[in-house]
Design a protein around this ligand. Sequence first.
Ligand code: C2E
Ligand code: CA
Ligand code: CA
Length: 782
Amino acid sequence: MKELKNPLRGRITVLLILLVAYFIATLYRSELWCNILSPLSALAAGEILIFTYRKSERSIRVRKAFLLLASGCFVWAIADILWAIIVFQGRDPESNPVIWIVYALTNLLFLITLLYFAILQFQKWDLVQFFVDLVISGYLTALTFWIIFVQKNTEILYALLALDYASVFCILSDLLICISLVSWFLSIRSGKVPSFLRIISFGLILFAITDLYYYYANYNDIYLPNTLIDFIYMTSLYIIAFGGWWKVYKKSTLYELAVIMNTGGKTRWLSLLIYPSVTFVIVYSGISDLHLSVIDFFAFAIPIFFYWGTCKYIQVSIEKEAILKQQNKILEQKVSEQIDELTFLANQDTLTTLYNRRHFMSYMEDTLHSLGKDSIIAVLLIDLDRFKTINDIYGHDVGDEVLVDLSQRMIEWNRYGATIARLGGDEFALMFAGKYSQEDIENFCEQLIALCREPIQVGDTQMNLTMSIGVALAAPDVHDGKTLLKRADIAMYHAKLQGYNKYQFYNASIDKDFKKLAKVESLLRQVDVEKDFKLFYQPQFSLPDLKLIGAEALIRWENAEMGFIPPNVFIPIAEEIDYILKIGTWVMEETISQIKKWNTHYPVQLKVGFNLSPKQFKDRGFVDLLETLISSANLDPECVDVEITESMMIDDETYVKNIFALLKKLGVSVSIDDFGSGYSALNYLNKYPFDRIKLDKSLIDDLSTEKSNSIHIVQAAINMAHASGIQTIAEGVETKEQLDILIDLGCDQVQGFLLGRPVPPNIFEEKFLIRNFRYNEFPQNQ
Ligand code: C2E
Ligand code: CA
Ligand code: CA
């Protein structure tokens, strides 16, 4: 801004010097100096206006008005130069028509300036009001002109009209300049006109009035060139230029114009009184010998009165309209808010505030169709492991809180532009679209899994969550979101099969696996239970003496088409398609008849366990069936063990108690299978009377690794069980080391590949009954 100061100061100094010099020249009526100084001054004024134009806000169109004003000054300078040339040639400039046309061009340019300004400025104005203002100020200006200038003398008017075209045009344009400026100021009802505009307006009006006076003087033959009137002409140009200078100096902006409106104020009509006042002052000061009549008085009063009434009406209706508009706006806003809320609700999961399936799907479709080059889309499907158990054990409120907590963690984690949604239940989906590498996505999966590392606290319960993630990348053969999500789902299912906290990318071989499952399902539906299934038996031994005490019956399915199908593949499917009761019944029949056989033929009292599936457990008929089978086989019920898992005991407490009571009454024993693999709620331990806990293989696997704390868990479980008179059996024992540790820990029994794999009954018989197997007789790696 400092650099601005010098050009500013320089310009105003030049202007002032020229003004004073010109003033002195007119005082001494020096024709030479006046002819030199006059065009120079006009040029200086024009230059300042160009300067203002350049310093004005580029974004506002009105600034071009400064250019128009500047060209008005330049044209004036040209006319002055022409004048001087003609004078130097010794001819009479006043009789040269070209000069008057050039001078008239200044009027025209000033008028155009006002028009241009008006067009831009009045776009937002109330036009009815402005029109009324224009009419009244036009009328009053004309009336004043008529009284003072024309002196109510039609002859003078005709004489004026008989002048040359340039003069008539100048008089008319002077009047128009006055009328438009006066009506503009009159019309302003709110906002303040910036001072530079007032100055410029004053300059323009002064110019117009001086011009009018010039014609008046000329008409009355009292005009003398290079006198005060020329000085005032020049002053008016100076004032216009000064207005521009002032704008730059005061740093006024054209934005200030935006608040100037013709609505609001109610006392505008008062300023109209200036017209009669000026007229009265001029008439009664004795400047002229005019007289005012009553008609003149009414000619002023009646229109002003009507104007007052009309304005009042217009302003009130403008106000009403504004209120209506405001109300409409409020209404519109409310409607749009409601629409927003609806869209929000429609696209949001109300529990977690994540997006819902609907939004996710449609967003995914959109993204698939607008995917840029070298961008990828990765869809991650997250499923919480064993979440149903949480819901079942702790109730849905706790389950909900867990979901909310996890969602929050994901939102906080998400700095990578992922779209996160909860698809329903414990299923979440994330979408990454952009320039990610496969490595990035793998990192994201690991970070997401790590989000569960910190336990989730709900009330005084702490929970360790794990999740399985399936990932599908958009590929050329994927055209819709559904396919992509389905692939992620297949991959997720695969991740689940690999255990907890795993992620898996979709690929064609996974798809094959998935198809394989579908195949298994169809084969299962055609299965002939008695012919196609076999029961294998895995021996169980007591510790520390390693004496055979019993076996676990494990189902086997050898299919002609697919070969061996493991039970943890087909049992869940059988559950799902309601085949499990049929299979379960057969398992029970087989097991019971097998024990009866062995216990009768050999001098043993083996206890054989079978696995009960959740659906079987829920159907109380299984106890009756068991009872029938036992009694018809005439078997000691103590030789039967029922294996159930923790998850079955979180159902309806009275039902579970009832079942336990029935089983107790029947005299069979109950073992808790897979103990330590899931969410051990442990509170069921003293609720129900079971006989044995089966320590899960995952605990036993970790026994020999020093880092894990499973040795403490196993120890605690054994201690607790013993305190309640419950037995413990370790599952999946594969090494001698594990066996030794278990003996040290005081575990009661073992089962595992180290001592015996599940085998068909005839082999079991041969190995463990006929030859009366003892562990040290067998090679280690059996
Ligand atoms: P489970 O009840 O935990 O059965 C123990 C599983 O561990 C068996 O797998 C067994 O072969 C395996 N196993 C035993 N010792 C070892 C070892 O030292 N190392 C290793 N790696 N594995 C060992 P299997 O027979 O494949 O059965 C898998 C699951 O299928 C069973 O787990 C059980 O939940 C289910 N299942 C098996 N038979 C039946 C059945 O007749 N009815 C029902 N409802 N489920 C069954
Ligand atoms: Ca079992
Ligand atoms: Ca087990």
